[in-house]
Design a protein around this ligand. Structure first.
Ligand code: KG4
Ligand code: ZN
Length: 320
């Protein structure tokens, strides 16, 4: 069974061809990120126009790289939510038109849940039930996942998403956009850092809050930026350490509380090196198996949408 996935929820226009929900034959991603950089964030109107310009090429390229033709496609899966409305519209309209023209079924997929599918392309796929943590630019969601239809939301962020906090702190430190990969890179070079920021633990809950941490960074920078020993790298590394500790503690807490020994990660922030190292160590210590997707499948991509769309259609759900 060949699924064509389409994902246009934010700045990435992506198309992917996936076989039987497990084998990624192609995954093409065109990002309009460079067009947004000078604004310090994603500009929705620019993103939707860029999708319009790229989508034909991206879908053709995904077919070409997979060595498949349109007639080989059995199912189309598209992100329908959540995302920027203008951007989603481009992908959904394209997918609906293609489904109508080819007379092939279409399945609409929630892209946040699809982030947790990225680990299912690995040799050893996760087993249900598992605790799922999606950490992206727009979401920080902890789920109990019983099967591809049953995602129970355990907790979420009360304010900023984790990726959003990375992006805003990078802006405070004038490091560039998007902040996550930059903070990740420069923090790796920091040694013997004694600067610490507190974070909201929200004890006993599965919720997160990153806005207090972000404000603590802002106050620290305002107060200290003219001092001789002020180091943006140390501030970035301390901020990252606090976010990582918070994510590690909460996800392990959820596993223990629910007595589940599998933890599946998804979303752009999962590309973070420090998070991968710390969570692997802590999970091993707690005898929890943790599943990280490949780095290129952490960010928004159509392979995960095709994969989850295939599973939904297989069990007879939500086909348009
Ligand atoms: O999942 P994603 O591509 O898009 C959304 O659905 O939001 O995530 C994008 C987010 C951005 O906020 C970006 O700064 C963050 O992921 N990010 C990272 C890293 N790479 C991307 N955050 C921390 N460390 C990274 N290496
Ligand atoms: Zn995403």
């Amino acid at each position: 069974m060949i699924t064509l996935g389409i994902e246009t929820s934010c700045d990435e226009t992506s198309a992917s061809v996936v076989k039987d929900g497990r084998e990624v034959l192609s995954n093409v991603v065109a990002s309009s990120l460079n067009l947004h950089k000078k604004f310090g964030g994603i500009v929705p109107e620019i993103a939707s126009r860029a999708h319009l310009e790229s989508i034909n090429f991206v879908v053709s390229q995904a077919l070409k790289e997979s060595k498949k033709k349109l007639k080989d496609i059995n199912l189309i899966a598209v992100t329908s939510d959540p995302g920027l409305i203008g951007s989603l519209l481009v992908g959904v309209s394209f997918a609906r038109a293609l489904s109508f023209a080819l007379r092939k079924p279409l399945v609409e997929v929630d892209h946040v849940k699809a982030h947790l599918y990225a680990s299912f392309f690995e040799k050893s796929a996760p087993r249900f039930p598992f605790v799922g943590l999606v950490i992206s630019g727009g979401h920080t969601n902890l789920y109990r996942v019983n099967n591809f239809f049953s995602f129970k939301l355990l907790g979420t962020t009360l304010d900023d998403a984790a990726g959003e906090a990375f992006d805003k702190v990078a802006k405070i430190l004038d490091l560039g956009f998007p902040g996550g990969p930059i903070i990740d890179k420069i923090s790796a070079k920091v040694k013997n850092n004694r600067l610490r920021f507190n974070y909201s633990q929200l004890p006993g809950t599965f919720n997160f809050s990153f806005s207090g941490l972000k404000t603590a960074v802002l106050y620290y920078v305002n107060k200290n930026q003219h001092k001789k020993d002020f180091s943006p790298k140390c501030v970035a590394a301390s901020f990252q350490e606090a976010v990582v500790d918070n994510l590690v503690e909460k996800s392990i807490f959820a596993c223990k509380k629910l007595r589940i020994r599998s933890l599946v990660l998804g979303g752009g922030v999962v590309a973070n090196s420090r998070l991968r190292t710390k969570l692997s160590q802590e999970a091993e210590y707690q005898d929890i198996k943790v599943y990280f997707p490949q780095r290129n499948l952490c960010l928004d991509n159509a392979a995960m949408v095709a994969g989850l769309g295939f599973q939904i259609s297989k069990t007879g759900g939500a086909i348009c």
